[in-house]
Ligand binder design. Structure first.
Ligand code: HSE
Length: 450
């Protein structure tokens, strides 16, 4: 009797790819998981309107429940696991659960990026926790790293490959010569992509994750609109290949760097050196590099998408709710964005980096001089120039690609210079500009600041 009173009941809402994996692991591995925490817990309900996937996994049908209200009213359920996805019904599920005094675990990055502050505040008001390890980088415990393992640090920079679908597509294109469409369709079949894969390839999903990670890393409220987002959907394979010739690997990076008293916030296809630790992160794997003022460079690597890896993060949150450590962190730390200062370290509008520029120009004397003089006018220093030969099989056989890499320059200056370059009579199409991310220096700022 005493045991059933202390039993922590868990309900999963949403039995899709991640929800069914969570239910499967909680059921199949219950005795192993139970042995790791001192409080008893049990999966009590799985809420959905369609149980085909759950049935195909052989889950206990007595757990199936179509009525959310009955779960919210059930006093034996202490924790609701929201795995519906999206920002409408999922928000309602979370709000109603928190208001019913239930702890909530979620993997919903889109919802947190848009409404995280208000949902965290609602949890705090109801004296329960909202845990979201699975929202960023799938099975990698990077949220925990930020609020726990790295708490001694002022974070100076964060670079992430946080979308498994995009990393899978880029890897298949660059290493295996597959087309963008084939690679995307494979990523969908493997369960990495969002229901609407536009969110993946447009960079939106990475922006959601960056907003969540940067809020914790820099201890401030992040406005999603402040993230400068470019996806991989406009990327041309020739640039991926030219970059490889120059020693670079193309990755979709989520970037946030402490700079000029603020932080930069960007998601962009970026070139990184073949030697960069993020360069060998391939397929659906994710990695997040974080630079702390005391620890220097740390990197977190693992599977960023898919049912079981994401379930690993969800279940670690469930166990933290069950053993009380989630409560201790949520109420004992001050870095959560609902209670963070909105005005500290605002995003900066002019990030600085090196750039790769491809200009498609007529093959005639003076072209390079014309481009170089415009770059010089904007104070942009050229690091290297490579003019390729005409390619009779290319879309523009009469134009030659002029590949330029720059030394660090302000992004706005580079974009303005390129606009001017594109007005030259010899330039035959819009130029391409991709930032180059060098390895971030460790211990860049020695002074401690908040
Ligand atoms: N669609 C996401 C990805 C799933 O590809 O990374 C994990 O958030």
């Amino acid at each position: 009797m005493a045991e059933s009173q202390n039993m922590q009941g868990i309900a999963i809402v949403g039995c899709g790819i991640v929800g069914s994996s969570v239910a499967k692991i909680l059921s199949r591995d219950h005795s192993m998981l139970q042995a790791r925490v001192t409080t008893s817990f049990s999966l009590v309900k799985i809420v959905d309107i369609n149980f085909d996937r759950a049935k195909s996994l052989g889950l206990d049908e007595t757990l199936f429940e179509k009525n959310l209200e009955s779960v919210l009213k059930n006093p034996s359920i202490h924790c609701v696991v929201e795995l519906v996805g999206g920002t409408t019904f999922a928000k309602e599920v979370i709000e109603r659960s928190l208001n019913a005094g239930k702890h909530v675990v979620t993997a919903n990055k889109a919802l947190l990026a848009h409404h995280g502050n208000e949902l965290l505040a609602l949890a705090r008001k109801n004296n329960v926790v909202l845990a979201f390890e699975a929202s960023c980088a799938g099975g990698i415990p990077v949220i925990r790293a930020l609020y726990d393992g790295l708490l001694a640090n002022r974070i100076d920079a964060l670079f992430g490959i946080v979308n498994g679908t995009c990393n899978y597509i880029l890897t298949q294109m660059t290493l295996h010569g597959k087309t963008y469409e084939t690679a995307l369709s494979e990523a969908q079949k493997k369960g990495f992509a969002e229901a609407d894969p536009t969110l993946d390839v447009s960079g939106g999903d990475s922006a959601h994750k960056l907003a969540i990670l940067a809020a914790l890393a820099f201890g401030q409220k992040i406005n999603l609109d402040a993230v400068d987002v470019t996806g991989i959907d406009q990327l041309e394979l020739c640039d991926v290949m030219y970059g490889m010739d120059l020693g670079y690997v193309m990755k979709l990076l989520a970037i946030s760097i402490r700079q000029d008293g603020g932080i930069t916030l960007a998601v962009k296809p970026s070139f990184i050196s073949r030697e960069h630790p993020l360069a060998w992160v391939s397929g659906p794997f994710n990695a997040v590099s974080i630079y702390g003022h005391a620890t220097g460079h740390t990197m977190y690597y693992g599977r960023g998408a898919g049912g079981d890896p994401t379930a690993s993060a969800v279940i670690s949150d469930i166990l933290s709710v069950v053993n009380g450590s989630a409560r201790a962190s949520f109420f004992g730390c001050t870095i959560w964005p609902d209670i963070a200062d909105a005005s500290r370290a605002m995003p900066v509008s002019e990030p600085v980096s090196r750039f790769y520029i491809r200009v498609m120009a007529s093959d005639e004397p003076g072209v390079l001089a014309g481009i170089a003089s415009i770059l010089a006018k904007y104070g942009i220093s050229i690091s290297s120039v490579l003019q390729k030969e005409k390619d009779p099989d290319a879309d523009m056989p009469e134009a030659v690609p002029v590949l330029i890499t720059t030394y660090p320059a302000r992004q706005n200056s580079v974009l303005e210079a390129i606009r001017e370059v594109d007005e030259l009579a010899v330039v035959q199409s819009k130029s391409v500009c991709i930032n180059i991310i060098d390895e971030h220096p460790e211990w860049k700022h020695h002074k401690t600041q908040s």
